[in-house]
Every structure is written in structure tokens, then in C-alpha cells.
Design a protein around this ligand. Structure first.
Ligand code: SRM
Ligand code: SF4
Length: 668
């Protein structure tokens, strides 16, 4: 039996704890304020509204001093394993046009978000989602969040089926039980949802050793719910599509030689959120905790939940995630406490193969005669934009073929259960809608992620989703100019340090640190098993080329064969990277002003046009950059032609430019 937790230093619980306590299990003040003819909720109601899957936001592009904010709401789904049935997809498509900002956004946790919903339309939007097999309950707030699983619908690989199945049953087990959701949004009408698995129902009622809070509407959470959000994923050995090291709890299915489920390896204590200039906040990778038989998995999840529920920090929300409990206690004390709630010992962790990062894009056999196709969605934003008609195309395909969707942890979508006879027609719709195949996309884009940031996110300090396309183009140009035209690595970007696009597990990450200023994080492994480290605290986005060029040149010259950029940065260490970058800069500082060489070049020929700007800057000596380096700037159209020819001939642009200038100089 677990004793009541004692905390030697008694500190005041945070304000949100009081709000949860007074909310009457998530009813108030949301229920009352929803009835008011207002554009927005009070600060107190906003906190409770989150548990219902909605955030109050305002369009930050429309802020005008002295005027009321342009209030609007974001709605997020709870969709375990990323499953979106066709009927729900079509509902989202309609709601985005009717109440939202005409876009649907696939999130980094396999959910969908609608942005731009007005308060007066919230109830109709949530009710429509629930009536069409969806839910937003518990998509935000201090509860278990959307449970992730690899999005591949392989029918002939039982481990994938188990991961998906348990993501769903664990999501059911940990769903808030309060009646508030249906009372408020559906006038008490109970959702038409699939029957819960009997084992889940039994597990929710089984007391264990103090896992249950008695006589409340919430047997697992109690009146105060969790101290903070709680994130779970279930995956299969080797498949790290879910970024398992970033989760509070990660389960890995273990099967026997017949492919039957035996149990789960358990990791705990991952989490990425941090705050600038607060050293006590940090990203953390999950630790292996042990192995559990399949029959005990729900009791173990309850035991971990109860440990964090009862011992997690409820006084300081910046220190309230389970990663801090594990960090402060150490893994052994954490495991021992979990075992007390669990009532038995965890078994030793089973050996696992190496992890791989997978995105499942393109066409694949499901293993049952059907096919699935993964479609890349830049930053998860499903929209129509000129010749690019992704939203229309997905609606047409889902309508015509009644296909279900799986959302991926990398903000992409997978259509599945496709009859091979339909493949050509579906591909033709995608082609005519301007949707590129995964092989036609620059891998920098394919493997990148950015969070929404401005204009909807209230915590953003700078741009992310809207900035990343241009930034990836600049990185590609830089790679071409230093002679690495085919290089690629994982780039992630966020508008603040909270880590929504999991930047601390990227090989190169931009983390917003003020308007147009980013921290640079480097050195995570390409399979997301090692954290990146902070390389630079403030980089003005205009300095991207000057910051990254030395790193790319060093990488080009000193990498081991087939070494990735993240592994290279980690192996060399930041002292070496900084020393090289400093020396590189002092040999040939890149200046905004015209250098001697540029002044000469300017007078030399029309080929080298008057200075444009750093975005189109061209290093003339990429191949020998560490020795002699001068910068010449050319017109955008000349640059584009050079770039195309360089790509055709497989030569660095700088090499071609030098040759052209040399040839011209000879004619003088
Ligand atoms: Fe997040 C808060 C968007 C995944 C860590 N996140 C927010 C809010 C709600 C801003 C706010 O609190 O006002 C953002 C809404 C922006 C908008 O306009 O839509 C937001 N987070 C997102 C999404 C949509 C990003 C995306 O590009 O897809 C992701 C929604 C996932 C979902 O479907 O549930 C999203 N957020 C994440 C992840 C990644 C993950 O879960 O795998 C993380 C890092 C992992 C982690 O939790 O440790 C993450 N979001 C945060 C945090 C920092 C939490 C912390 O422990 O410190 C906040 C701020 C907070 O909770 O106080 C936050
Ligand atoms: Fe907003 Fe920051 Fe999350 Fe980006 S990382 S969505 S800016 S909270």
C-alpha cells in the first residue's frame, strides 16, 4: 500500500490547481460563460476549457493597440494512433470552411487542429466532431494527451496492430470520465462511440495499491487531475516514428517468434518543454524502466500515472512534468515507487534493435492485398493555395473512395485500405492538385517540422510555420554553394522554447528567442535517440548563412564516411565547431558592406551585379573556403541559372561562378 505523499517543504499549490478543484469536474466556469454573448472566456474558464480540447487564442496579425483582440479558438482532436475515419475527415473539411480559417492542421502528436473558430460557433463545431466519430476531450489540459503509435497500417505485421490497439485502449483507460463534456457540448447526449474493451473497464475500476481515487467522478485522476500534461506512446521495436524518447511514457510491444504479444518494454521520463534563461527547465530523454507482461500493462500505466499524480510538483507548473520527478528522484526511486502502486516488481528490460526514424510516405503494400499512401504535408497544414489544392484533393479522394486516414507524428497524412485498382486514379488526383510525391520533395523539407507559432499561438516569440519554407530554401542554397548539393538532415523549428515540433531531437533546430531571432541547437542523432545541445543563444535570422556556412564547410571537410550532420556535430563537440567557425569568420568576415573583392567585381562585368542582399549572397570559393574566402553577390536571376546548371553538372555553384568570372577576366 502506498502511503500519502509527504512533502517536507509545504508550498502553495499553483492557481490552476484551485481552478480544477472548483470546476466541478471540468464544468465551470466554462458551462456558464459559454451561455454569455461574449467573444471570449475569462482567464479562469480558459484553463478549464483546455481539458475540453480547445484553446482561446487571438489572431496576432490583427492586434491593434487599444482595440479588443481578434479572439478565436483552436480545437484539437483526441485521435489515438492518428486514426481519422472518412466521415470525421469530411466533417473537419466542412468545419474548416464553415467556422475555421479554411485550413486543417495535422499536429506532431497525430491530431487535427482547427484554428479560427469563434466562441459563438464552438458548441456547434465540437458537437459536429463528436457526432461524427471524433472527440476533443482531453486533447489539451492536465490529463493524458493523444496517445501515439506508428501510423503504418501493416496488416501482416502483428506488432504494428498491437501498437495501434494498445494506443487506443490506453487512451480509453485514461480518458476523463466526467460527464461535463457531453453536458456542455451535446446537451447531455452521450457520444456514439465504440464500446470500450472489457479489460479497460475492469482496469479502471481495479484499485491496485492506491491507484484509484475513491468516490469521485474521476477514479484515476481525482479532483485535481494531473499536475501537468501527460504523454504516452506505444511503438514497435526499431520504429521511432513516434519520437519515443520525448514522451512521459513509451511502451514497446514485445512479441514471440509466432508474432504473439507477450508484453511491453517501458520507458519513462521524456519531455521537451523548457523556458529561456531558466536552467532548471530542460529537455530530457526517457529512461528504460523495465518490462511488463501484457496482462499487467494497464495496472502498470495506472501505477505510473498515480506516481506522477501523487508526487508530481503541483506548486510550480514549470517543474510539474514527470521528467522532473524522475530527474529529481533518480530512476531507481521512481521505479520503486511505481512498483509499490503496481504491487509487484518490473522485470528487466528486453534487448531491442536499433531505432530508425520512419515517415511511411509514398505507396506501400499493407500486406492484405490493399495499399496505403503517405502524403507529405508541409508543417501539417492542409490547405488550398493557388495551384496547390491539397484540401480539395483530400476531400475528393475521401469522398469518392471512402478512405480512412492516419495522421503521422511528422505532421503528414496516410490514406489507407486502398484497392490497388484505385491507385492510379488517386495518384492522378494528387498529381493534378499540385501535390508532390515524396521523391520530388527536397528531403530537407520532407523531414522537417515547424510548429504553428504566429499568428495563432499566444506563446510564440517569432515565426515558425510561416518562416520555415524560406529557411529551408536558404539552407539548401548554402549546402549547394559549399559543395554539398545532395546533403540532407533533420531540421525542426519552433517559435518559442516549448518544443512543440520536438526541436531538441533534430540535427539542426531553430528555437524562437525573440522577433526574428532564434537559438541554434545542434547534434541530435538522425534517429532521434540523442538530444541536441544549444550551440548559439541568439541568431538573427539574417545571419543564417554566416552562422551555418562554417559548420557546413567543416562538416564537408571533416566528416567520416556517411556520417550525418547531427552525428558529426556531436562527435566533434561544440568547442571544435566554435573554434572552426571563429577562425573561418576571421579569415574572411562576411560583411553586409561591399568588400574589396566585391567592389572590384562590381566594376568587372554585368555578370556580377550590384549588391542585392544576403539572401542571395554567393560564396565564390566554396571548395577552398577555409583558406581564402571572398563574397560576391549576384542578381537573383543569375543565381537561379547558376544553381540550375550547378545541379545539372553536379558541381558547386561557387566553382562555376569562379570559372565564369575567370573566363571573363581573361578577355579583358
Ligand atoms: Fe505544444 C503549448 C501546439 C505538440 C510542448 N502547444 C502549446 C500551445 C497550445 C500554446 C499555448 O499553450 O497557448 C500551442 C498551440 C499553437 C497553435 O496555434 O495551434 C501548441 N503542440 C502544439 C502542436 C499543434 C504543434 C504542431 O506543430 O503540431 C502540437 C499538438 C499535439 C497534439 O495533437 O496534441 C504540440 N507540444 C507538443 C509537443 C510534441 C509532442 O507532444 O510530441 C511538445 C513537446 C513535448 C513535451 O510535451 O514535452 C509540446 N506545448 C508544449 C509546451 C511545453 C510543455 C512543457 O512541459 O513545458 C507548451 C506550453 C505549456 O504547456 O505550458 C505547449
Ligand atoms: Fe507555440 Fe511555442 Fe508551441 Fe510553437 S513551440 S506552437 S510557439 S508554444
Amino acid at each position: 500500500m502506498v502511503t500519502t505523499p509527504t512533502n517536507p517543504i509545504v508550498r502553495k499549490p499553483s492557481k490552476v490547481e484551485g481552478l480544477k478543484e472548483r470546476s466541478s469536474f471540468l464544468r465551470e466556469p466554462v458551462a456558464s460563460e459559454l451561455l454569455l454573448d461574449t467573444t471570449h472566456f475569462s482567464e479562469d474558464a480558459i484553463q478549464i476549457l483546455k481539458f475540453h480540447g480547445s484553446y482561446q487564442q487571438d489572431n496576432r496579425d490583427n492586434r491593434i493597440k487599444g482595440q479588443e483582440k481578434d479572439y478565436q479558438f483552436m480545437l484539437r482532436t483526441r485521435s489515438p494512433g492518428g486514426f481519422i475515419p472518412p466521415q470525421l475527415y469530411l466533417t473537419f473539411d466542412r468545419l474548416a470552411d464553415e467556422y475555421g480559417n479554411q485550413t486543417i492542421r495535422a499536429t506532431t502528436r497525430q491530431g487535427f487542429q482547427l484554428h479560427g473558430v469563434l466562441k459563438k460557433n464552438l458548441k456547434a463545431a465540437i458537437a459536429a466532431i463528436v457526432r461524427n466519430m471524433g472527440s476533443t476531450l482531453g486533447a489539451c489540459g492536465d490529463v493524458n494527451r493523444n496517445v501515439m503509435a506508428p501510423p503504418a497500417p501493416f496488416r501482416n505485421r502483428p506488432e504494428y496492430q498491437y501498437a495501434y490497439e494498445y494506443a487506443n485502449t490506453i487512451a480509453d483507460l485514461l480518458t476523463p470520465q466526467t460527464g461535463a463534456y457531453y453536458e456542455i457540448w451535446l446537451d447531455g447526449e452521450k457520444a456514439i462511440s465504440a464500446e470500450e474493451h472489457p479489460e479497460v473497464v475492469a482496469a479502471r475500476q481495479r484499485n491496485g495499491n492506491g491507484t484509484i481515487v475513491h468516490d469521485t467522478e474521476e477514479p484515476l485522476y481525482g479532483t485535481h487531475y494531473m499536475p501537468r500534461k501527460f504523454k504516452v506512446c506505444v511503438t514497435v521495436p526499431g520504429d521511432n516514428s513516434v519520437d519515443l524518447f520525448s514522451q512521459d511514457v513509451s511502451l514497446v510491444v514485445i512479441t514471440n517468434s509466432q508474432g504473439e504479444l507477450e508484453g511491453f518494454n517501458v520507458y519513462a521520463g521524456g519531455g521537451l518543454g523548457r523556458t529561456h534563461n531558466k536552467e532548471e527547465t530542460f529537455p530530457r530523454v526517457a529512461d528504460p524502466i523495465g518490462y511488463v507482461e501484457k496482462a499487467d500493462v494497464y495496472d502498470l500505466i495506472k501505477a505510473i500515472l498515480a506516481t506522477q499524480r501523487d508526487y508530481g510538483d503541483r506548486t510550480d507548473r514549470r517543474h510539474a512534468r514527470m521528467k522532473y520527478l524522475i530527474e529529481d528522484w533518480g530512476v531507481d526511486k521512481f521505479r520503486t515507487t511505481v512498483e509499490q502502486y503496481f504491487g509487484k516488481s518490473l522485470q528487466p528490460f528486453k534487448p531491442l534493435p536499433e531505432w530508425k526514424y520512419l515517415d511511411f510516405l509514398g505507396w506501400h503494400d499493407q500486406g492484405d492485398g490493399k495499399q496505403f499512401v503517405g502524403i507529405s504535408v508541409q508543417n501539417g497544414r492542409i490547405k488550398n493555395d493557388g495551384a496547390f489544392q491539397l484540401k480539395t484533393a483530400l476531400r475528393e479522394i475521401v469522398q469518392r473512395f471512402n478512405l480512412p486516414i492516419l495522421l503521422t507524428p511528422s505532421q503528414d497524412v496516410i490514406l489507407y485500405d486502398i484497392d490497388p485498382a484505385q491507385q492510379a486514379e488517386i495518384q492522378q488526383i494528387l498529381d493534378r492538385s499540385g501535390i508532390k510525391r515524396e521523391t520530388e520533395i527536397d528531403p530537407l523539407e520532407r523531414y522537417s517540422m515547424a510548429c504553428p507559432a504566429l499568428p495563432t499561438c499566444g506563446l510564440a516569440t517569432t515565426e515558425s510555420e510561416r518562416a520555415i519554407p524560406g529557411i529551408l530554401e536558404r539552407i539548401r542554397r548554402l549546402l549547394v554553394s559549399v559543395g554539398l548539393p545532395d546533403e540532407s538532415f533533420i531540421v525542426r523549428m519552433t517559435g518559442c522554447p516549448n518544443g512543440c515540433a520536438r526541436p531538441y531531437l533534430a540535427e539542426l533546430a531553430f528555437v524562437g528567442n525573440g522577433p526574428n531571432v532564434y537559438q541554434i541547437w545542434l547534434g541530435a542523432s538522425p534517429n532521434q535517440t540523442r538530444l541536441a545541445k544549444l550551440y548559439l543563444d541568439k541568431m538573427a535570422i539574417d545571419d543564417l548563412e554566416t552562422t551555418l556556412e562554417p559548420l557546413f564547410v567543416y562538416f564537408r571537410d571533416e566528416r567520416s564516411p556517411a556520417e550525418s550532420f547531427g552525428d558529426f556535430c556531436d562527435r566533434l563537440g561544440f568547442d571544435a565547431l566554435r573554434t572552426f567557425a571563429d577562425a573561418y569568420g576571421s579569415i574572411a568576415p562576411v560583411a553586409d558592406t561591399i568588400t574589396e573583392a566585391e567592389a572590384e567585381a562590381e566594376t568587372a562585368a554585368e555578370l556580377v551585379a550590384p549588391i542585392n542582399d544576403l539572401d542571395t549572397a554567393l560564396s565564390t570559393t566554396g571548395a577552398v573556403a577555409a583558406k581564402v574566402r571572398r563574397r560576391v553577390t549576384v542578381r537573383e536571376d543569375v543565381y537561379t541559372r547558376l544553381q540550375a546548371i550547378a545541379a545539372q553538372q553536379g558541381k558547386p555553384i561557387s566553382y562555376l561562378a569562379t570559372e565564369a568570372i575567370e573566363a571573363y577576366l581573361k578577355t579583358l
